[in-house]
Ligand binder design. Structure first.
Ligand SMILES: Cc1cc2nc3c(=O)[nH]c(=O)nc-3n(C[C@H](O)[C@H](O)[C@H](O)COP(=O)(O)O)c2cc1C
Ligand SMILES: [Mn+2]
Length: 482
């Protein structure tokens, strides 16, 4: 059964000894970060701070901060189960004959049941605060010492594409400027920014935005999925939880938000108005520099009677977002393979912060194949940001970084096998020559073929024969070895 809301998830974590309640007073200014950082680095429990300094609202953090917690969040024994479910849908073809078609009906009906549903009321509107509200009523963290202020770090930011009417939900941090305004840090490649640009082109002056904080875990997770534009994240959340997301209409706009949310910030962004946002201790492990971003004006708050404030911290890896990203890596592999079936596996190690490094194993079938795969990845949604793509043959286990390093370093002739390209880079890249524009590197670490101009013989990898292995298995003990 899908979690009804955040608190059911918290309860499940507690039942699995994956939650620690902290009843002593802890400061949302820096102290919660230090707790959360230590907990995630030790694979420790999620934390519920029941008594954050300066607010009556508890703080929930690290709910996704390990492989096990991600499994609990998605209600699976392994996130591979989600990947398999996706593969099954992708492989579904219209069967021959009436019987076959009838058999498929339940599957199609199931698919139809994932669509979000608008309901008349929801717990997120138990309390409607149309006056006297302030962003500072909530225990919003200052994460790191050099941060420009307090940042809402786990917001589900809803907006609508003015041309297609389609909804988008993305996670874009919000720096609190004052009680009623905040930064809206949608980077230029993201859908929120695209909606903003399109509204500008229509000559409009305001863009409605609604922000949900705290919801059932699949819905929260869906906000970070690198989904194609105009694919509703709420549909993906419905698929992940096998149950539709219930949405309620906002009080002050036509947007809808998850009915089960803890807190909803309704408001708008004034087109053309930018304000300096940051610095912010980011998931690269470095501070992202101050830059100009749109301003969100808060017009109304709706919330539960006893809301829980959900948040996260990012910083030197691995942090909570690494485990969320790892789940995305697994879940999106079947979708990548739809276009690129030669890909056997991919791995984005924590140190690469997702966009800096992707290790890719392929079944190489023709000359230059590794380079074709690199270019395809650079053309694939948010994978376009990948600063370094390293391609190996399918016999290399890309989940084993030491094996990759060993084989790749042996296999490359750097001048020949490294490919540089220029193009869009992640907004968080602090080394690129310009913001959002720079170079990327592909490394072809596959075995080189004579069709690729490599005429020398390629050596075999050293392996003992199975017969000798078996014999020594027997002799080992006889030799007095343990
Ligand atoms: C904790 C966390 C914080 C994030 N903060 C931001 C952010 O401030 N700005 C941004 O553009 N993306 C941020 N992201 C990444 C986006 O949520 C992600 O790229 C998402 O796919 C964007 O959705 P969209 O394609 O609908 O725009 C964050 C992700 C996580 C996990
Ligand atoms: Mn989107």
């Amino acid at each position: 059964m899908a979690y009804a809301d955040l608190r059911e998830f918290i309860h499940a974590l507690e039942q699995h000894q994956e939650l620690k309640r902290v009843s002593i007073e802890v400061d949302p200014i820096l102290e919660i970060t230090e707790f959360a950082d230590r907990a995630v680095k030790r694979q420790g429990p999620a934390l519920l701070f029941e008594n954050p300094r300066g607010s009556a609202v508890p703080v929930f953090i690290n709910g996704f901060a390990s492989a096990r917690k991600m499994e609990l969040a998605l209600e699976v024994d392994s996130v591979e189960t989600v990947a398999r479910r996706i593969s099954e849908y992708l492989e579904m073809r219209m069967p021959e004959g009436l019987i076959g078609k009838l058999k498929m009906l339940p599957r199609l009906a199931e698919m139809g049941s994932f669509f979000p549903r608008v309901v008349g009321k929801g717990p997120c509107q138990e309390v409607i605060r149309s006056e006297g509200f302030s962003l500072l009523d909530y225990p919003v963290l200052q994460c790191w010492p050099e941060d420009a202020g307090r940042f809402i770090t786990l917001p589900l930011v809803f907006s609508r594409n003015p041309d297609t009417g389609k909804r988008n939900c993305g996670m874009y941090r919000m720096q609190i400027f004052d009680p009623r305004t905040a930064g809206m840090h949608w980077q230029t490649h993201k859908q929120g920014a695209e909606h903003y640009r399109r509204l500008g082109a229509h000559g409009r002056s305001r863009m409605d935005v609604a922000v949900a904080i705290g919801a059932d875990p699949a819905t929260m997770f869906s906000a970070i999925l690198p989904a194609p534009p105009d694919l509703d994240e709420m549909l993906l959340a419905g698929f992940l939880r096998s149950s539709p997301v219930e949405m309620v209409k906002c009080q002050t706009s036509d947007l809808e938000v998850p009915a089960n949310a803890e807190i909803v910030l309704e408001g708008y962004v004034e087109l053309g108005e930018l304000r300096a946002e940051g610095p912010f201790g980011d998931h690269t492990g470095f501070y992202s520099l101050a830059d100009d971003y749109p301003v969100f004006y808060l017009t109304c708050v709706t919330q539960r009677r006893d809301p829980i404030y959900a948040t996260t911290i990012v910083g030197p890896p691995p942090m909570e977002d690494f485990y969320m990203g790892k789940a995305i890596e697994r879940i999106f592999l079947p979708l990548m393979r739809l276009q690129l079936p030669e890909i056997r596996d991919i791995h984005m190690p924590a140190e690469g912060i997702f966009h800096n490094l992707m290790l890719v194993a392929i079944r190489k079938s023709y000359p230059g194949h590794a380079r074709k795969v690199m270019h395809a990845i650079w053309g694939l949604g948010q994978a376009m940001f990948t600063k370094c793509i390293l391609v190996v043959d399918e016999d290399v286990d890309v989940q084993n970084v030491r094996e990759v390093a060993w084989k790749a370093l042996n296999h490359i002739d750097p001048e020949r096998d490294i490919q540089f390209v220029t193009g869009p880079v992640d907004s968080l890249d602090h080394s690129s020559r310009l913001p959002n524009f720079g170079s990327k590197m592909g490394v072809d670490a596959t075995r080189k073929w004579k069709e690729e101009g490599f005429t020398r013989p390629w050596p075999n990898e050293i392996r003992m024969t199975p017969e000798v292995k078996r014999r020594v298995d027997e002799l080992w003990k006889a030799a007095g070895l343990l």
